[in-house]
Design a protein around this ligand. Structure first.
Ligand code: PEP
Ligand code: MN
Length: 263
């Protein structure tokens, strides 16, 4: 179902009125984690003014250590919903457990499946039952074929609204958090008709790498960007080191617009 051979045109996925794919750029911005209503609202307003059209924020966080901040859970989801009402930005947030399928289906505009759950096949099958589009991030060590097969699981179960997200893969290099695989953009475009966006924040793990990789992703034909933006990165509860301040995000989107005009 994901195969380009049987579906030559690019798929355009409708995320609560925001079109993703084709000539449309998805600009997803927001904090790694939802920390408070005031925090998310301030970031969302600034990001929207810069040109973001979707708001991200983790309520359920897949942290490496059980002692790290795990997210605000359902309270975080309520905060995102309140900020959506205030700003009009549809929300993108990660689902980790089938326990919350119903509430996510009701409240979340674009359901994110994180790198660590890319091959949680039972969860993928359940996503096929939902009406909401799915943002499927590439697994930390997933090949293109494995990633496409995970999209296929969701589609074969009944939900063909899948957007792919390249977020860097594990390599021997440890200076950066992951290695951004820009080749995945033309390869996935050749193999599938699904939109593909890029997350340079989790790829590099450093805020000063985000600009160049974001521009390179757009130049390579990505259908959008997911970027972590924080109003006070130094005190962020998660991923401050890779988060852009709102003014930097604003500068970046101006540069991205110029590149998007040429490609
Ligand atoms: C995220 O986007 O919040 C996240 C945890 O990313 P990933 O699953 O790519 O590590
Ligand atoms: Mn993060």
């Amino acid at each position: 179902l994901a195969n380009r051979a049987f579906h030559p045109e690019d798929s355009i996925i409708n995320v609560s009125g925001v079109k993703v794919g084709g000539d449309n750029l998805a600009m997803i911005a927001g904090p790694c984690s939802v920390e408070s209503y005031e925090q998310v609202l301030e970031i969302a307003r600034a990001a929207k003014a810069s040109g973001a059209n979707l708001l991200r924020g983790g309520a359920f966080k897949p942290r490496t250590s059980p002692y790290s901040f795990q997210g605000l859970g359902l309270e975080g989801l309520d905060i995102l919903t309140a900020v959506k009402e205030e700003t009009g930005l549809p929300i993108v947030t990660e689902l980790m457990s089938d326990k919350y399928l119903d509430v996510f289906n009701e409240k979340v505009d674009l359901i994110q499946i994180g790198a660590r759950n890319m091959q949680n096949f039972d969860l993928l099958k359940e996503l096929g039952q939902l009406d909401r589009p799915i943002l499927l991030k590439r697994g930390l060590n997933a090949t293109y074929e494995e990633w496409i097969m995970s999209a296929e699981y969701i589609m074969a179960s009944g939900n063909e609204n899948v957007i792919l997200c390249e977020r860097g893969i594990r390599t021997f290099e440890s200076y950066t958090r992951n290695t951004l695989d820009l080749q995945s953009i033309p390869v996935l475009r050749k193999l599938t008709h699904l939109p593909i966006i890029v997350d340079p924040s989790h790829a590099g793990g450093k805020w000063w790498l985000v600009d160049s990789m974001a521009m390179a992703a757009i130049a390579a034909g990505a259908d959008g960007l997911m970027i972590e933006v924080h109003n006070d990165p130094e005190s962020a509860l998660c991923d401050g080191a890779q988060s852009l301040k709102p003014n930097k995000y604003d500068e970046l989107l101006k540069q991205v617009a110029q590149i998007a005009n040429v490609v």
